[in-house]
Write a protein that binds this ligand. Sequence first.
Ligand SMILES: CSCC[C@H](NC=O)C(=O)O
Ligand SMILES: [Zn+2]
Ligand SMILES: [Zn+2]
Length: 374
Amino acid sequence: TTTKNYPEGEHPSVSLFRDYLRLRTVHPEPDYDAALRFLDRIAEELDLPIKKIEVCPGRVVSIMTWEGTKPSLKSVLLNSHTDVVPVYQEHWKYDAFSAFKDAEGNIYGRGSQDMKCVTIQYIEAVRRLKAEGWKPTRTLHLMYVPDEEVGGHKGMETFVLHPEFRNLNIGFSLDEGLANPGEAFTVFYGERNPWWITVHCPGSPGHGSRFVENTAAEKLVSIGGVAYNVIPAEMDVSFDLRIPPTVNLQEFEKQIKQWCKEAGEDVTYDFAQKHMNQNITSTEESDPWWSAFTAACKSLNMTLEKEIFPAATDSRFIRAVGIPAIGFSPMNRTPILLHDHNEYLNERVFLRGISVYERLIPALTSVSALPGEA
Ligand SMILES: CSCC[C@H](NC=O)C(=O)O
Ligand SMILES: [Zn+2]
Ligand SMILES: [Zn+2]
C-alpha cells in the first residue's frame, strides 16, 4: 500500500533512507566525509543553510537551520548522530551496509534503528512541511553529530560547551530512543549514568603450586571474578555500571570504596567513564514542551510509555547544560535490535515515523513564549 503510487515501486523517502544506510560511517574508522557530503546535498534540496563546526580534528558537527517567524524565541533541536557501531558480518543474513529490503519490507542495515532512520525521518518531515508551505514560529535546528557511539567526547560532550552551541538558543531537544515490540511507543525522559570502572588488585606473585598469601586473585574473587592456576602480580577487573537517576552517586561510590577495602590491601579503582549529572526532563502535564509532545502523539492515536533510558545517548550532555531532552525513535511493532546482528526496520514503520515528526515539529515549534522569553 505504501509503494503503489511510485513507479519504481518504492517510496522516495525509503530510497533515501537506504542510500544513507549504505554510507560506511562505522567505527573504528567512520567515513564521516561521506555523511557530510550527503548532508550538504540534503541542505541544498531543502534550501536550508548548513553550518559546520569542527569540534575536534576530523570531528564535525553539522547544523541545518530553519529560521522561525519569531527567531528571538528559544529554538527546537532535532538531534541525531551519524556514526554506527561495528558488525560481525558473518552473523548477518545480508551485507550490513547494502540496505537489503526483503519481501516484507524489512530493511536490514547497521544503523537502521540506531539511528539513521530518525535522521532521515526528521529530514523527510521537514521536506513535506516545506512543500506544504508551512512555516515554523520557533526556529528549528537539525543537528548531526559524530562519535556518539564512542561516548561523545569528541562530539556532543565538547560541542555543548562551544559558543556556537549556546548561540543556537535551544529550548527543547529530541534525540534517539528505542524500538518497542508492542503497539506503544517508548519515550525517554532521563538516562542511567554510565560508570566504567576498573578495579586494580595487586598481590604477591609466585609459583602456581605454592600457597602464596596476599594474592591478586583472592582480592579479585572478593570483588567479583575468578581465576585459576596462575598467580599474577596484579589482576584487574572492569565493570560496565549503569546507574539510574534515583541512586545517590556519592553513597554509591562510598559503597565501591568499601568493597575495595574489604577485598584486601591496596585494592584501587579508576574510571574510564564517570558521568555524574542526573538531570531528568519534566513529564509534568503543566510542562509546555511535554504537553505539546504528548498532545501531538495523542492526535495520532499513539500510546506512549515513559522510561529511563537504560544506556547513554547524547541527550545526557544536553540535559547536563539544563536543556530538556526527550529520547524518542518512532518505532513500534519492532524488536529492539540496536547494536545487534541483523538490525532492521520495516519500511511501513519507517514511513509512519515521518508522519509522526510532521505532527511533532509544528507542535513543538508552536509552543507559546515561556516566562522570560522575548
Ligand atoms: C558510556 S559512553 C558510551 C555510550 C554508548 N552509547 C550508545 O550505545 C553506551 O554504551 O551507552
Ligand atoms: Zn544511537
Ligand atoms: Zn548506539
